[in-house]
Design a protein around this ligand. Structure first.
Ligand SMILES: C[S@@+](CC[C@H](N)C(=O)[O-])C[C@H]1O[C@@H](n2cnc3c(N)ncnc32)[C@H](O)[C@@H]1O
Length: 274
């Protein structure tokens, strides 16, 4: 396997910058649960690798104050957006830097915690990326990664057309280099990177008509993800325009069903630097 860093499929798009912010807002409760598990404390030195627009970096900042959180991303537009958001929010203890997380400019053992969220599914060599995070984390410090797994999605009423489309999208994305089934591999990746005391925390999230905002968010995130690649999927013959239309009608049925339920899962992996 080559270890060349690939370009993020949605690089340099302002609409992706907005989607990342909206997604982090919608999943705020899950992010807070992760940060609690990670035990962020004042004065901790933290790296957010592949920080995108810094939605999580900015949340981390108040918890480690007065120490700075460092966010690194390969995309100049996202780093620019992250800096603007931090300045709008008056944050003084975040530092956003353009860089490749497979080859960080930080010295060995610089951080107490190195974290990445929704990044491993996009990198070319996951063990290399986690090993680089391990290098810049101090002895007995924590390396952590949070990611999804499309196999952990459950909806009622069932939507066979949409799930068929979603599965075709997953296979197509994998051929492009994005692994949407990464959650189940985190234990293996962290073990291969020789981290100690590897732990996996599956964090469920669900929505029903009792929590319609969560329901809408869980159902609309996959729809928005497919929407971004819809034209290409149709052009390449992976799906037809009719498949797409019919799938979206099914999704609408879920949202209006009185007993609707949708569940997804994020997986947080942690490992200690030996
Ligand atoms: C799905 S986004 C997640 C962003 C952010 N962590 C969040 O939770 O909102 C994936 C991010 O990883 C970044 N990325 C991918 N490969 C990278 C690399 N080799 N070095 C630095 N950033 C990378 C992309 O530019 C993108 O911002």
């Amino acid at each position: 396997m080559s270890d060349r860093s690939r370009e993020y499929a949605y690089a340099g798009r302002l609409e992706e910058a907005r989607r990342l912010e909206a997604q982090a807002n919608a999943l705020g409760t899950i992010i807070e649960k992760e940060l609690n598990i990670l035990g962020l404390k004042p004065n901790m030195k933290v790296l957010d690798a592949g920080c995108g627009t810094g939605a999580v970096t900015r949340r981390m900042a108040s918890k480690v104050f007065p120490e700075k959180v460092c966010g690194v991303d390969i995309d100049p537009l996202f780093i620019d957006e992250a800096k603007k958001a931090a300045s709008r929010e008056g944050l003084t203890n975040v530092q956003f830097t353009l860089g490749n997380i497979d080859n960080l400019k930080y010295e060995k053992g610089r951080f107490d915690l190195s974290y990445c969220r929704l990044v491993l599914m996009h990198v070319h060599n996951t063990v290399k990326t986690i090993s680089e995070l391990k290098r810049v984390t101090k002895r007995r410090g924590i390396v952590a990664a949070s990611d999804i797994d499309d196999g952990a999605m459950l909806w009622f009423p069932q939507t066979p057309r949409f799930f068929n489309l979603w599965s075709k999208f997953g296979q197509w994305a994998k051929a492009r280099g994005d692994d949407r089934y990464i959650g189940r591999q985190l234990f293996s990746i962290f073990s291969e990177a020789d981290l100690d005391s590897v732990n996996i925390y599956p964090i469920p999230m669900y929505g029903s008509q009792q929590s319609p905002v969560a329901l809408k968010m869980l159902v609309s995130v996959p729809v928005q993800i497919i929407e971004q690649d819809k034209e290409e999927l149709i052009k390449e013959g992976v799906i037809t325009a009719k498949d797409y239309r019919e799938s979206l009608s099914e999704v609408q049925l879920v949202l209006s069903h009185p007993g609707a339920f949708a569940m997804g899962m994020t997986f947080l992996a942690t490992g200690e630097v030996p």
